[in-house]
Design a protein around this ligand. Structure first.
Ligand SMILES: [Fe+2]
Length: 334
């Protein structure tokens, strides 16, 4: 591959090595030579595609230099130059991420060949990264569209679901962040929250829309929605860690919830947290069968249900954040 644009650094404290490598490489690449590795590090902003570096230098060991380069520019390929067969250092360099090594005295073809292979690898790496990035993007987009369709499908039966899902998911995201849930976990929880009532798709419309109290038969039917939702979402790969929210969001801390009647800390953490948020949103929203409470009243209700419906420690942890969000006007504008 001939690539006049590729930038190659040559780092060696022996001037003669710098000169001979430059002579070999200059017709194909833009070559910069350095006597001191420190100077080469300062010029990494030039985005070198490839670096030839001596393995033994006065001011900085070649392995140390390699480590620093890989930390700052992991995509830059590095070829070590060694003056004698120093296999342990060369092997160590390869383990630390060097592409290859050449032994002095080297021939023109050997150098050009090594440079060519290293640059090919770099192109391949960049291409692979681009493909992975594009694939992730496609999955993300597909995920957004899938979630939207699923939520809208339930919403068609129970018009409350889409907005309730959006609000609870949003509230989970902000509260979760404030109590220190790592971002990668929160992303999955948020997605699961958006779909937590998806199982309502399997419940008769007339039960979902019924005004007034449910008969025990109707309530038994409603109680199936977490399991139905879990069965719908179980095959998906992007939600695995969030499935507990779908299956257990109606469990109660005192064991009186459904579908399994789990008690205390046996209820998985994301479900214990989400159930507070779910209840808060249900209390502050008008439904066909009930009026709504103010934010403060709903917060009071949550505190009253400490140790009954909700995990007392989690209530103590999230209530100050609820109050702060209420004072800031966030809860009113959800
Ligand atoms: Fe639910």
């Amino acid at each position: 591959m001939e690539n006049k644009e590729a930038i190659v650094f040559v780092v060696d404290d022996e001037k003669s090595v710098q000169v001979s490598l430059k002579m070999i490489l200059k017709d194909r690449y833009r070559v910069f030579t350095f006597t001191h590795p420190e100077d080469a590090l300062l010029k990494l902003s030039l985005e070198p595609d490839l670096i030839f570096t001596d393995i033994r230098m006065f001011s900085m060991n070649g392995l140390e230099f390699l480590e620093k380069v890989k930390k700052i520019k992991p995509q830059t390929e590095v070829i070590m130059i060694t003056a004698y067969p120093d296999f342990s250092s060369s092997l160590k360099a390869l383990r630390e991420g060097a592409f290859d090594y050449i032994v002095k005295p080297f021939g023109k073809e050997q150098v050009l060949n090594a440079a060519e292979r290293a640059l090919q690898k770099r192109i391949q790496t960049i291409e692979n990264r681009r493909i992975i990035h594009d694939l992730r993007k496609a999955i993300e987009l597909n995920y957004e569209a899938t979630t939207k369709s699923l939520v809208l499908a339930v919403d068609a039966k129970d018009s409350y679901t889409a907005e309730h899902s959006r609000r609870t998911s949003q509230l989970l995201a902000i509260l979760g962040k404030r109590i220190g849930i790592p971002e990668h976990k929160l992303t999955v929880y948020k997605r699961a929250a958006e779909l937590h009532d998806i199982g309502k798709i399997g419940i008769e419309e007339k039960i979902l829309r019924k005004k007034g109290a449910l008969t025990s038969y109707e309530f038994e039917k409603i109680k199936q929605h977490p399991v139905i939702g879990y069965q719908i979402l179980r095959p998906t790969t992007f939600l695995q860690e969030g499935l507990d929210i779908v299956l257990y969001h109606h469990e109660s801390y005192d064991g009186s919830g459904y579908p399994e009647g789990l008690k205390g800390k046996k209820i998985p953490f994301p479900a214990r947290l989400f159930t507070i948020i779910d209840a808060y949103d249900a209390m502050t929203t008008e439904r066909c069968y009930k009026g709504k409470l103010s934010c403060r009243e709903a917060i009071e209700e949550i505190i009253n249900a400490k140790g009954k419906q909700f995990d007392p420690e989690l209530v103590d942890l999230v209530i100050p954040h609820f109050l702060k969000l209420e004072r800031d006007g966030y809860l009113h504008n959800l």
